[in-house]
Design a protein around this ligand. Structure first.
Ligand SMILES: C[S@@+](CC[C@H](N)C(=O)[O-])C[C@H]1O[C@@H](n2cnc3c(N)ncnc32)[C@H](O)[C@@H]1O
Length: 444
């Protein structure tokens, strides 16, 4: 798909090379995943774990996931290309077949003969799509013959999201954000102190980022990567690693992570030598933290409880609130968040963040520090929260962040001293997740 006025980055080779040998079942699974992601939050993960998917051989499952993710990332562009070919859209099951086929040919570079012939077979197997079998064939062959034509990355953003980001970050900012979501992002690793970033980078064929994270274009099951079993690193986007670094805990300090699961930031605090208490309301999400603590040999006290219900009276030197949010900053990795999030959720989650910030403030010792962060690009979940919090809590003052010291892009620093990390930053390196983070100190 050509991008108007820009040179697209090469698409990451996320689909198995042997896509031509992968059959109809994997394509059906890709359609199921795509539709589940479009219909409901967590639909993608739930469907990945469902019997329909877990009974597939591993290469088929990986292909189905990669195809659905590619379709989700480029959905607007794919629909632009398709809509030029109809006077009226065919029914949804036909659209699903076409979207899955185009995700293969245009994004994953699956051989056209394999994508087209399996699409026609899919149409034959579905009673609602069967009457459109010839249309599926003709449309896909037509696109193969004529090329996709020009598309715009902005088309991949739901209208309400595009309107919000344009208001918050301007027209060029919106274009850059849209572009940042087109390709599968690399994977970042955070290293335990003492690990040599150059060694880890060599082992995973990656590069060392400013701040010390290692970035790799490697794909597939992380548990099979060299060094995983040794526990010297964990997967964490470079932007997600910045908030815990901002808290700058010292060995022997007490630290509270109020919304800890699945635990990347808890691991950072523990690795820095703090005595960490990690709370989360979700016991099932905390299982990943437990597994990561075990693998890395790090220690934290882990408690499954809503932060507001935790009754122990302790206060801490350092408190981290990585609050539940719309997660719109993670659309590079989780393109489904943009489809699953509803506009009303922004205000609803902002209320939860407001409440949790007050809970967090009570847990900070006089002289202690508080970091608030969210992986959202919505100002209501970032800047607006902190403006209101500082008004409600005059004992707290912002401490200006030093982006270089926490591994964040320099341009992320706001005039107030907060970090507003945008996925379009570090574009030449493959971008970063979107994060907001603010460091505050309690003066009395
Ligand atoms: C953004 S995620 C945290 C990610 C985590 N800090 C990390 O780095 O891996 C937000 C977490 O908040 C938890 N949560 C939501 N409401 C909560 C509450 N009232 N008390 C404690 N945890 C809560 C959710 O279960 C979720 O795991």
């Amino acid at each position: 798909m050509a991008e108007k006025g820009r040179t697209p980055r090469p698409a990451a080779p996320s689909a198995p090379d042997a896509a031509a040998d992968i059959g109809v079942e994997a394509r059906i699974a890709a359609g199921l995943l795509l539709n589940a992601a479009l219909e409901r939050r967590n639909g993608l993960d739930e469907t990945l774990a469902s019997p329909a998917l877990s009974s597939l051989p591993a290469p088929d499952r990986a292909f189905a996931r990669a195809t659905a993710m590619a379709a989700l990332r480029r959905l607007g562009e794919i629909d632009q290309i398709l809509d030029r070919r109809f006077s009226k859209r065919p029914p949804e099951p036909v659209m699903t077949i076409l979207r899955i086929a185009l995700a293969q040919t245009l994004v994953l570079e699956t051989p056209a003969f394999a994508a087209v012939s399996t699409a026609v077979k899919l149409a034959e197997r579905d009673a609602k799509a069967r009457p459109y079998k010839n249309l599926v064939n003709a449309v896909l062959r037509g696109i193969g013959r004529d090329g996709p034509g020009l598309t715009t990355a902005e088309a991949n953003l739901p209208d309400w999201i595009a309107a919000r980001w344009k208001a918050a970050y301007g027209e060029p900012g919106l274009a850059a954000l849209a572009l940042a979501g087109r390709d599968e992002p690399p994977t970042d690793l955070t290293l335990k102190p003492g690990m040599d970033p150059a060694d880890v980078a060599a082992a995973v064929e990656g590069e060392v980022l400013p701040g010390g994270n290692v970035r790799t274009g490697r794909r597939g099951d992380v548990a099979l990567w060299p060094g995983f079993e040794d526990g010297g690193w964990w997967v964490q986007d470079a932007a997600a690693a910045a908030p815990a670094r901002l808290l700058d805990v010292k060995p022997g300090e007490t630290a509270l992570d109020l919304c800890a699961a699945p635990g990347g930031k808890t691991l950072q605090l523990a690795a820095a030598g703090a005595e960490v208490t990690a709370l989360d309301r979700s016991a099932s999400r905390l299982k990943r933290l437990d597994a990561n603590l075990k693998r890395t040999g790090l220690e934290a006290r882990v408690i499954a409880v809503p932060a507001e219900d935790w009754e122990e009276p302790d206060q801490f030197d350092a408190v981290l609130l990585d609050a539940p949010c719309t997660s719109t900053g993670t659309y590079r990795r989780n393109p489904e968040v943009l489809r699953a999030t509803r506009p009303a959720e922004v205000a609803k989650l902002a209320d939860v963040q407001h409440r949790l910030l007050d809970v967090a403030a009570e847990r900070v010792k006089p002289g202690g520090r508080l970091v608030y962060c969210t992986c959202s690009l919505e100002r209501e979940e970032g800047e607006t929260q902190i403006i209101a919090f500082l008004r409600r809590n005059p004992a707290f003052k912002t401490v200006a962040a030093d982006p270089g010291a926490v591994g964040a892009p320099a341009e992320a620093l706001t005039p107030e001293g907060w970090l507003r990390i945008l996925p379009s930053m570090w574009a030449e390196r493959g971008g970063v997740d979107g994060f907001f983070a603010a460091l505050m100190v309690r003066e009395d």
